[in-house]
Ligand binder design. Structure first.
Ligand code: PLP
Length: 443
């Protein structure tokens, strides 16, 4: 097989050893199939399969895809796209050297947190701030640095699973803190926290219900209620905010998503949130709060293990500047998507429909926030619905074809049709989207 012209060419492109390995795998599966009674493929066919396996296995990733699902913060699709300015900052920081940990004035070692901490304090009203790899790390570090060997009181309704294996009780255990659950799944009062406080209590932990909603006969103790109780008992008030929107979501017809500013003002000692959910930046986690506590976190060995990398710091500081300059809604892609007016959605959907022809119709639909933020909340949108009536395999087959395009298109099915939502497709993705949809329909 290695003498096959296609594989000789492949071995020049990659290495002979790597191609040999792929040939062995392919031959093993051919043998297995033959033993099960299948016909032997020709050498040309085997070479073709090896070449395909090479291009699938040895491609750089993640690959660019077009998100036509209308799910704005799509965790599986990489959450928040960055602004042009943030992208430039990443390129700049990656291309050469930078003053990442260098004090240009003094000419000596500086602090990696300096680039973002000041902006965060300005935006949230906190005394100090720290950035780590993601919000899961932020929560872990917060608990490890404040509550190891001690008790952390949490409402039964807030000992939740966020997704991807992040369960608050497990994180507490891993951090070395002991979980003390209080209240019930639907109702927890401030007096429940008070009654559970002992000399071993290190903190009260409030966790925002990011990805689910409890309705009906419910009650939870607010930060405002818990702050004086925590202060009097000399325990910390910690808040895992999850998404942490810096902008009021209700301006856009959505439910209120709690903000870090509110958390700080309500008296939380430390507040943790993600940087790639409603903040619309790169992957990261932030802790804001009291200076002595943030300093304690920064000195903890886990801070080094969980630290944010320079490319994310560059993207984050640039993203935060958009908020400080009051231009976030125009510049930060997820906010542009959330704020996109119906007239624009409608005009774009009609343009797509005209380009895609008969099988396409414009229908009303709903976009969602996603990323475990604002569950159940939707934004009205316009969808371009593609009929899959003439395609064997129907809508699922059309979805598969869209995913197998050079720049995969991810869409969803609405009433047996494949629906494309313009909200999450950026203007420069429109042309490739339309070309590839046409290709998939013709296939
Ligand atoms: C999303 C979320 C997390 C995890 O944040 P990542 O940035 O994904 O690590 C933790 N807690 C809450 C409440 C969340 O919503």
């Amino acid at each position: 097989m290695l003498a096959h012209p296609e594989l000789v060419r492949l071995a020049e492109h990659y290495s002979r050893a790597a191609v040999t390995d792929l040939v062995r795998r392919e031959l093993a599966s051919v043998r297995q199939a033959a033993a099960a009674g299948e016909a032997l493929p020709s050498p040309d066919r085997i070479a073709e399969r090896v070449a395909r396996a090479a291009s699938e296995r040895w491609a750089a990733g993640p690959r660019r895809v077009i998100n036509a699902t209308g799910v704005i913060i799509h965790t599986n699709l990489g959450r928040a796209p960055l602004s042009h300015e943030a992208l430039d900052a990443v390129r700049e920081a990656a291309q050469g050297y930078s003053n990442l940990e260098y004090d240009l004035e003094a000419g000596e070692r500086g602090h990696r947190y300096q680039h973002v901490a000041g902006l965060l304090c300005q935006l949230t009203g906190a005394e100090a701030a720290l950035m780590v790899n993601n919000n899961a790390s932020a929560v872990m570090l917060t608990l490890a640095a404040t509550s190891v060997g001690k008790e952390v009181v949490i409402s039964r309704g807030e000992a939740v699973e966020i997704g991807g294996g992040f369960r608050i009780p497990d994180v507490l255990r891993q951090s070395g803190a002991k979980l003390v659950e209080v209240g019930t799944t639907n109702r927890t009062y401030d007096r429940d926290y008070q009654a559970a406080t002992t000399p071993k209590t290190a903190a009260f932990l409030k966790v925002h219900a990011s990805n689910f909603r409890v309705t009906g006969f419910t009650h939870s103790a607010s930060l405002e209620e818990l702050a004086p109780i925590a202060r009097q008992a000399n325990v910390l008030l910690l808040h895992d905010l999850g998404s942490g929107s810096l902008i009021s979501t209700e301006k856009y017809g959505l439910a209120h998503e709690p903000t870090p500013q509110e958390s700080v003002a309500a008296g939380a000692d430390l507040t943790c949130f993600s940087t790639d959910k409603l903040l619309g930046g790169p992957q990261g986690g932030i802790v804001v709060g009291k200076k002595d506590l943030v300093d304690r976190l920064a000195r903890h060995p886990l801070a080094r293990a969980l630290r944010m990398d320079k490319l994310d710091i560059a993207a984050l500081s640039t993203t935060l500047l958009h908020y400080l300059r009051n231009e976030a809604v125009e510049k930060v892609p997820i906010w542009r998507m959330i704020a996109m007016p119906m007239a624009e959605l409608d005009a774009r959907a009609r343009r797509w429909q005209a380009a895609l022809g008969e099988g396409a119709t414009v229908i009303p639909g709903e976009s969602t926030i996603g990323g475990g933020s604002l569950p159940g909340e939707t934004l009205p949108t316009r969808l371009v619905a593609l009929t899959a009536a003439g395609i064997p395999g129907g809508a699922q087959e059309l979805l598969r074809r869209l995913r197998s395009q050079p720049t995969p298109v991810i869409a969803r099915v609405v009433d047996d049709k494949v629906a494309l939502d313009p909200r999450t497709v950026s203007p420069d993705e429109e042309l490739p989207l339309l070309q590839q949809v046409q290709q998939a329909l013709r296939q």
